[in-house]
Design a binder for this molecule. Sequence first.
Ligand SMILES: C[S@@+](CC[C@H](N)C(=O)[O-])C[C@H]1O[C@@H](n2cnc3c(N)ncnc32)[C@H](O)[C@@H]1O
Length: 401
Amino acid sequence: MGNLVVISEGRIKLKVPDPSKYLRLDGIYEPAWAPVFYNPQMTMNRDISVIALVTIFKSAPSRSSPIVLDALAGTGVRAIRYCVEVPATSLCLANDVDPRAVKLIEENSVLNNVQDRVRVFHEDANILMYKLKKERQKVDFIDVDPFGSPAPYVRASLWCVRRGGVVAYTATDTAPLSGSRWRAGSRKYDVSIIKTDIGHEVGLRVLIGYIARRAAEIDRYVAPLLSYFDRYYYRVFVRVAKGAGKANNMIRQDIGYLKYCPNCGYRSLIREIDNLTCPNCGGRLHLIGPMWVSSLADNVFVSDMLSNLESRQYHYLQTARNARKLLQVLLHEVDLPLVYNIVKLSQMLKVDMPKRDDLIKCLRELGYKAVKTHLHGGLIRTNAGVKDITYCLRSLTSLRN
Ligand SMILES: C[S@@+](CC[C@H](N)C(=O)[O-])C[C@H]1O[C@@H](n2cnc3c(N)ncnc32)[C@H](O)[C@@H]1O
């Protein structure tokens, strides 16, 4: 497998392919070139997952010996971290289709002295998840962290996880999900999608919508606990439960469309398709979806995660500061439906772009809720409509001139 080096992440040590052997011409490490994938840039994703798992297990203490599946494990970093850093975890199943990864997971389990609590599998992730279900193995948490799209693993993971369990998905195919590569997006996620000025909001909603619709096919329903975008990936945690009636309710209440006007910036999340004339400018609205139109996270869960992150026990996390910042912003975003792009709206209206805080203040003075979003510095999340945002943008410009 070539040279290995030992690195530290969280509370564990990890043998990984020597990054200095897989450098691009610009000197940057390219993890996809290494024989077994390990990306240090994903440490925050894994730190947040550790805290999420701590929170999940604390909120369901009745399950005495929770089992975790790392379905696409690479070096085994997640499975081993869950075993070492989430004390409630009784057993981790770590799987990879690549024999070199399997060997490394075994070595890393020994290196961290958790070989008794990590069971290693060499299987296609879908086959393993269907097998575990057939064998009635109860899995409390499944981590799906593939290359690119998680879509191929969604159905099996929803089928495999125990009732009330949680599945976490990473998606690095942000271009299809956000509508930048809309053809790939519609093909992979079975949606009608276009490029908008709020691509990552659309991406998260399309991804959760896809997961929810696959769940409904097998009489399951989902509730998002946490979802966010970070640099080049989406991460979504959903609780999965069983029940045809509740799955029907989910489809009726939580799945819908984004109505979007490229002419004036009007947007609205709808549950049933109605008039496609823009109420703001009279132009033709685009319909994007189906997608998740309800909350992207559970505020109790996010706030519990923040409390757990504050505890001294987790101060060692390398990305604790950034993770805290992200969760704090997310907590304020939870209840607000719509995201607007201030940069694009200001250009459209030919006004100077105001400071984000000034726009938020103006909307609050009009009686709306408005917050910044973690998605991008040029976006706000609010329950105001485009008319009042336009009013604020114009009045802030005239105040300055
Ligand atoms: C993005 S890497 C996983 C990284 C790892 N979770 C981490 O946090 O470092 C994806 C892994 O999935 C494995 N893989 C790809 N297709 C698979 C499949 N069908 N079944 C199981 N593993 C698969 C690859 O060998 C690779 O190790």
